[in-house]
Design a protein around this ligand. Sequence first.
Ligand code: PLP
Length: 254
Amino acid sequence: MLRRTMAEFDVKAGLQHVLKRIDEVLLQRPKEVQAARPLLVAVSKTKPAEAVIEAYEGGQRDFGENYVQELEEKSRHPDILAKCPDIRWHFIGHMQSNKINKILSVPNLHMIQTVDSEKLATKLDAAWSKRQPTPEEPLQVLIQINTSGEDVKSGIEAKDAPALYQYIKSNLKHLNLMGIMTIGAFGFDYSNGPNPDFVSLMQVHRSICEAHSLAPDSVLVSMGMSNDFDKAIEMGSTVVRVGSSIFGHRAAKV
Ligand SMILES: *Cc1c(COP(=O)(O)O)cnc(C)c1O
């Protein structure tokens, strides 16, 4: 699965290009948008360990994967373990309860971005608390919101997200709820104005911040991928998940 199947892509150049674009957008972002500098998560799905190491050597530390088996394999790859000691893995794929323990045993697991129900959050909380040796820190998570309302997408509906936020904050002490995330509909035509998925996620962000008297920049907003991370940052995204612009196109998943 991790074999290189296409022409070599200059990962370091791809990474530099994305970082430069982030800097440019930050200079143009409207002053009203109160948000921190976005964290770049390099999405390495379908790409081999060498590509991850290349980006790491270019200074990248945060990496995202959305298939459990691939995350398990890559995070334990001997070359990655040896050469990328400070790597931080983000799980950005659909969560299934029966895969929780596999995900939690990933070395250098940093964050799970796709928590979308009370049930799943409760199971995660319990599973993290039972790990041996007992983890020193609560597990960092984001709530995934299905802003586009498509049946095929996972994520909680936007209207139900503030209640889930409240539930996790008040009941699940082994989780550190850092913010919210959306994938959104593909192929939005930006000549039609702002992306409604981003508008919707920012509305959820605002209501959570107001309900909990939180500063806007203290709740992470994960939105934006290769084709629209710049648009997302302009609207207040603080985590962008970028794959193909860093690593090159992916072969279709078979
Ligand atoms: C694949 C993927 C990305 C990155 O997509 P690109 O278009 O290659 O940048 C971001 N987020 C999630 C959840 C993904 O599955």
